[in-house]
Ligand binder design. Structure first.
Ligand code: DGT
Ligand code: CA
Ligand code: CA
Ligand code: ZN
Length: 575
């Protein structure tokens, strides 16, 4: 039995235990063991069969769990799991993914209505029966119905950062097999979409065929879905990410990269352009319609060139005007991560961050930045120990002292000030006036009507000390839709008042995305890209924000934090 199969049994049991309201400490021990088993370098079964070894050598596996694993290896299940499955059907696990429903509610729904599938749940809500249960109401019914719709839309999609991590892991694994010249992720990952459905990996080289064989033997492969001459597909990891690997001859590599990078809409438009030029484009190459002679295929550049186009960066390939722009050689200059000179949204231990002001600043310096802004929360976020006016002013003083001592990086004092329900700022003007960088963000009351939310944001923009509107839509990927409001109007007003819109680079947010960015730019808006880091390692998330900016056709001149420190400060204050 492979590690991944053992891990899955443990993690599903943890979910069932949660529904059965078992001790949360115990639930966590099952979850920890599941991920330890999954990432264990050796086969757990081999350890178990070796009389000189003990399963308790594996991290997070104590005596009890060791017994459980032995039982799994013996008969494919274990007592506790069987008992739970007698009570709750396995389909109930999927219900945990519906936002607004905790394990307790799922248990209740099961007891009262035998709800064990998403379809059951939908019916119960539509029949207005959910509201009859204790502590549930008509509002929750609506919320659950919306969550179900969203779940069906996003089911099986993954965060860009997660897919990227999996692609790197697989690339390393495949290249260790040797004999490959290139391994390239294509598809939505290469285009930098915020979420990815499945992973498309292309390989070429003398051992490309053998790489497919190696791929299906990857230890974290859960299930092989298909294995052909040039392609293998499998589900990988506890998360069941589907991965398609394609082996290609070098003379077709460019054509395949072009084809499998997509998007489908871009490809369709490109193919009809080719046809108009008497050419046919497919994943093997660009050929003459008459006679079938190959005119390009080894590189993407030659394919685009032969179609009368400059090479189009993958982030733009959504058939949103990029082909027309490329034909007229007027593609925009896109911002590059190396042009970012500072990260201007991050948190420290002063509120809910995990590292000190000095540690964050030094980590930013190590990343090569000229400046950082430290922007902790304001007092409305009491759970995060947000700053009141006195602490804000004291903090600004500390930052001035740090700069006087010369850390080797310029530190701006800042705040991520909460925007209250009525659109007023959570801190008095006197405190805001002390700071270099004032971000205003909405964190609470996110369920307002669109018109009320629009008014709230418009009022926030009136604050003369506000520089940046933080994570403007509030979207959390795969979890929560952005707040509905009149984005165009808010962007226009932000532009008029010289307030920047933040491109939040946190991989769970990425809440300003291509169509919104293009709308905002057309209204004259300016932007910052920031990570909202709560730990030094989060500073590396800048790349996701840069990808969003590129997908929004933004160049360095649109992004304020590509400017040197003094210019940046001066532009922030342009009112
Ligand atoms: P995803 O996986 O849902 O995040 O999105 P993609 O764009 O990676 O889509 P996927 O994996 O289905 O296919 C990868 C690329 O292959 C896609 O972007 C374009 C190309 N492709 C797939 N199916 C078709 C098709 O029916 N027609 C055309 N022209 N291209 C296709
Ligand atoms: Ca894909
Ligand atoms: Ca695919
Ligand atoms: Zn923040």
């Amino acid at each position: 039995m492979e590690n991944i199969q053992i891990a899955r049994l443990l993690s599903e049991t943890a979910d069932l235990m949660e529904i059965a309201a078992e001790d949360s400490f115990r639930v966590r021990s099952y979850r920890n063991a599941a991920s330890a088993v999954e990432s264990c370098a050796e086969r757990v079964e081999d350890v178990a069969r070796n009389p000189e070894r003990k399963l308790t050598e594996i991290p997070c596996v104590g005596k009890g769990l060791a017994e459980v694993i032995h039982e799994i290896l013996e008969r494919g299940s274990f007592d506790r799991r069987d008992k739970l499955l007698e009570k709750y059907p396995p389909t109930a696990l999927e219900l945990l993914k519906i936002q607004g429903l905790g394990p307790k509610s799922i248990a209740l729904l099961f007891e009262h209505y035998r709800v064990s599938t998403i379809d059951d749940l939908e019916r119960i809500c539509q029949e207005q029966k959910l509201r009859l249960l204790p502590r549930m109401g008509a509002k929750l019914e609506e919320k659950v119905l919306r969550s179900i719709a969203r779940y069906r839309q996003s089911a099986g999609r993954f965060l860009l950062s997660f897919a990227d991590g999996a692609a790197n892991e697989l690339s390393l694994y495949l290249s260790a097999g040797g004999g490959l010249d290139k391994i390239t992720p294509a598809g939505s990952l290469r285009r930098g979409r915020e979420t990815v459905g499945d992973l498309d990996l292309l390989v070429t080289g003398p051992n490309a065929g053998a790489a497919l064989e190696r791929f299906v033997k990857f230890p974290r492969v859960q299930e092989v879905l298909g294995r052909g001459e040039n392609k293998a597909s499998a589900r990988v990891g506890l998360e069941n990410l589907q991965v398609d690997v394609r082996a290609l001859p070098p003379e077709s590599y460019g054509a395949a990269m072009q084809y499998f990078t997509g998007s489908k809409e871009h490809n369709i438009a490109l193919r009809s352009r080719a046809l108009r030029m008497g050419l046919t484009l497919n994943e093997y190459g660009l050929d003459r319609l008459e006679g079938g002679e190959r005119v390009a295929g080894a590189t993407e550049e030659e394919i685009y060139e032969r179609l009368g186009l400059v090479w189009i960066p993958p982030e733009l390939r959504e058939n949103q005007g990029e082909i027309e722009a490329a034909a007229e050689n007027r593609l925009p200059e896109l911002v590059d991560e190396r042009q970012i000179r500072g990260d201007v949204h991050m948190h420290t231990t002063e509120t809910d961050g995990r590292a000190s002001l000095e540690e964050m600043a030094l980590a930013a310096k190590a990343k090569g930045y000229e400046y950082v802004a430290i922007t902790d929360h304001s007092k409305a976020l009491a759970m995060a120990n947000g700053l009141d006016e006195a602490r804000t002013i004291a903090f600004a003083k500390r930052v001035r002292a740090i700069n006087a001592n010369g850390l080797g990086i310029r530190v701006f004092s800042g705040i991520e000030c909460d925007i209250r329900r009525d659109g007023s700022m959570d801190l008095a003007d006197e405190a805001l006036a002390e700071l270099d960088v004032v971000i205003g963000s909405v964190h609470g009351y996110m369920n307002l009507e669109a018109s009320e939310m629009t008014d709230r944001l418009l009022r926030a923009l009136e604050c003369p000390y506000l520089h940046i509107l933080g994570h403007p839509t509030g979207r959390i990927l795969l979890h929560r839709e952005g707040c509905p409001f009149d984005f165009e109007r808010v962007a226009q007003e932000a532009a008029r008042r010289g307030v920047c819109l933040e491109i939040n680079a946190s991989p769970e947010r990425l809440d300003l995305y291509s169509p919104l960015l293009r709308t905002a730019k057309a209204k004259g808006a300016r932007f910052t890209i920031s990570t909202d880091a709560h730990h030094p390692k989060h500073l590396a998330n800048m790349r996701w924000g840069v990808l969003m900016a590129r997908r929004g056709w933004l160049g360095p001149s649109d992004i304020l934090n590509t400017q040197p420190a003094e210019t940046f400060l001066g532009s922030l204050r342009r009112k």
